[in-house]
Design a protein around this ligand. Sequence first.
Ligand SMILES: [Zn+2]
Ligand SMILES: [Zn+2]
Length: 139
Amino acid sequence: MNASNVKGSCLCGVVAYEVMPPFLRMLHCHCSRCRKGTGTGHSTNLISDPAQFRWVSGEDGIKRYDLPSAKSFGKWFCGRCGSPVPRLTRNGKLMVIPAGSLDTEPPIRPTDHIFWASRAPWVCLSGGIPTHDEYPESW
Ligand SMILES: [Zn+2]
Ligand SMILES: [Zn+2]
């Protein structure tokens, strides 16, 4: 991996990773699960091909929670500080990387708001990027 890789880590620094661009998407998700899972108004995640991702440290300190009632929703977090860290989707096809865990600037900006119909009444404005009631129809 090289200097253009995007780097990230958890709050305490135990878990660290790097990703090789490009990213597939950068999503604001307004579903109620993301609200619970982050404690904030929406999640913001970068989506990448798992082949472009690697753990630098702390992988064995990661705790995993798969929501039983969901097909794919889950949360991976640092066992020491509780910060959300990147997770591999259950089907193994995508890495979902919490944008707040980045330490360097990614070469992408948010592409879509998803689950916009589920947004909290106090959420920030859309900023003019596409909004989708759930997932975009083209997915
Ligand atoms: Zn940590
Ligand atoms: Zn969500």
